[in-house]
Design a protein around this ligand. Sequence first.
Ligand code: DGL
Length: 265
Amino acid sequence: MRIGIFDSGLGGLIVARAIRRAMPQYDYVYLGDTKRVPYGSRSCKTVQEFTEESVRYLCEKEKCSLIVLACNTASSQALRKMQKIFTGQKILGVLIPAAEEAAKFMRIGVLGTAGTVASKSFPAEIKKLNPKAKIFQNAAPMLVPLAEAWEGNNTVPFIKKYLRPFAGKKIEALVLGCTHYPIFKREIARTLRSFSEVGKNIKIISQDEIVPEKLKNYLARHPEIEKKLSQGATAKILVTDETETIDKLAQKWFGGVKPKLISLS
Ligand code: DGL
């Protein structure tokens, strides 16, 4: 059985790449719903419907026994529902691993999609572990389309706009609460540190640096799940629409695996 990794688009490939580097022995299937990205501005009901279709595909057509929702919007709005529907598979999200890291700090900024911010999932999960933490959230809607379009150079004005609200808040850490944002990690860190009110040592919490280790630990603690996973060291990418940048992004983030077009219906 394979490990399925799902995202609304191609941003989750960064997390997928990191997972694969940490555990190259397993067989992976990445599914990016490129036809319907972005999810971040959609209703909770729609995010749940779309996520269910993709998870079903990974379970039924791709024989995945473990699925990672490498999408914070889906993790915040659809994870519980998926866990109730797909009881024969293990469905994990990426939000709690980042919240666990964030909870080590007292003043935390969270940058996410409109949907993730509205769900208040990050504040809720961080506060479970650190009830006294102060959490400040801001949505960064334009960063997802810019990432999918490979517009790295044109992001700085948007990054400045989205980070500005954190400037006076004395945050010690910033959570990149969307799997597309690590693409702009360097620009985000540089912009944040350029604000005079923000300390140079601010910690950027990025899921590609956290999730692989957490997943490894999880599998070590759950041998009954681990032993179901096949170890052929293969990887494939499935997309629901072909965009201009797909091949380039897949090449950069997933070592030249050629994306295959699929239909979820
Ligand atoms: N990459 C996703 C996330 O982590 C989704 C972004 C979107 O589709 O709006 O939230």
